[in-house]
Write a protein that binds this ligand. Structure first.
Ligand code: TXA
Ligand code: MG
Length: 331
């Protein structure tokens, strides 16, 4: 069973040493918990794929501590510095041209690599101590909901990994925004997250292709865009609009009603993500709520979308569509 360690200097030292020996450590980030291994080691990366049951065609995100470390794994184009100033450390992942030193396992054979600098202080200290880039996919079995606490990681990967670094509940709770910068004149959002299209456009002062429905045969270009991803085991239905009061009260008792904000009337099968529908709170709580409902024995879950599909609402609705197994497809 994995041991969970706090971020004392002695523990950071011990975990950095484990990473340098190609062992795996689950780590906190501000988005979701990740499973870290030394990015430049094919052995460590193979262990990551194995622990997650992840198919080899789904590449890993490489975490670095600063731009100097980024230069070890990717080619730095002019936009990187601008975006780094605006959003790093933070929930933005950039797709850049890879350096030949990056094992092809990390990039699933692509000539690009995904790179991010996380804002979580414990992870920052760990990367700085190990002084090497880390491959860090979300610390869930492939296809399941991403973990936002160390307990989520222990529950699902505890018997497959040795160490979990405790870092509290993730403050954002949704995976990072992924921006494809390889064609610098036409940056493209591959996965919506807390850093929004509008913010990126403002920082770069140029058009950005927003996130749009992409058929699943584009998997190799943007492998995260699998139709079914981030899913609970209990069947989940995403409604086309908000629940009415009558609908909430009329649902069978073995069907959970998951609301964005607290409804006027509720029953034992009624749940909500935020008293007042605050998008940051909804994002932070979404994955732990889906886990809780998944474990509660309901026959199915019905969830309403965020009515405002802008900014964080876009990322939340994207995760809800995926959890419902509908990927990016329109209703
Ligand atoms: O917030 C996050 O990004 C979290 C934390 C732990 O950093 N990580 C995360 O990793 O969500 P993961 O592996 O669950 O999702 C990474 C996504 C995958 O969908 C993968 O296909 C995509 O990034 N990706 C990685 N490298 C890529 C590349 N070179 N081109 C296009 N997509 C890439
Ligand atoms: Mg993931």
């Amino acid at each position: 069973m994995a041991v969970t360690l706090d971020d004392s200097p002695a523990n950071i030292e011990r975990l950095a040493q484990a990473l340098l020996e190609d062992r795996l450590v689950a780590v906190p980030t501000e988005t979701v918990y990740g499973l870290a291994g030394r990015a430049l080691s094919p052995t460590a990366c193979a262990r990551i794929f194995e622990a997650k049951d992840r198919p080899a065609h789904d590449p890993l995100i490489v975490h670095v501590s600063d731009l100097a470390m980024l230069d070890r794994v990717a080619e730095r184009q002019p936009e990187v510095e601008t975006l780094a100033k605006a959003f790093w450390p933070g929930p933005l992942t950039l797709i850049l041209k890879r350096r030949p030193t990056v094992p092809s396992l990390v990039t699933s054979g692509l000539d690009t690599v995904a790179v991010r600098i996380s804002a979580h202080p414990a992870l920052q200290r760990l990367i700085a101590k190990a002084d090497c880039p880390l491959a860090v996919p979300s610390a869930n079995p492939f296809g399941y909901i991403s973990p936002t606490t160390s307990e989520h990681v222990a529950a699902q990967l505890g018997d497959r990994i040795e160490f979990i670094l405790e870092g509290g509940s993730c403050t954002i709770g949704l995976e990072s925004t992924i921006l494809d910068l390889v064609n610098g004149s036409q940056p493209r959002i591959l996965r919506p997250g807390a850093v929004t299209e509008e913010q990126i456009r403002a920082a770069l002062n140029r058009p950005v292709s927003g996130f749009s429905p992409v058929p699943s045969d584009r998997m190799i270009v943007a492998p995260g865009l699998l139709d079914r991803h981030y899913s609970p085991t209990t069947p989940l239905k995403l409604r086309s609009g908000a629940f009415t009061a009558e609908e909430i009260m009329g649902l069978p008792v073995d069907v959970a009603a998951l609301c964005i904000r607290k409804p006027g009337d509720s029953r034992t099968n009624t749940f909500w993500l935020s008293e007042d529908g605050d998008p940051s709170e909804v994002g932070r709580k979404l994955f732990s709520m889906l886990r809780k409902l998944d474990a509660a024995g309901f026959a199915s879950i019905e969830v309403e979308p965020m009515t405002n599909d802008e900014n964080l609402g876009r990322a939340i609705n994207d995760r809800l569509r995926r959890a419902a197994g509908r990927g990016n497809q329109e209703d």
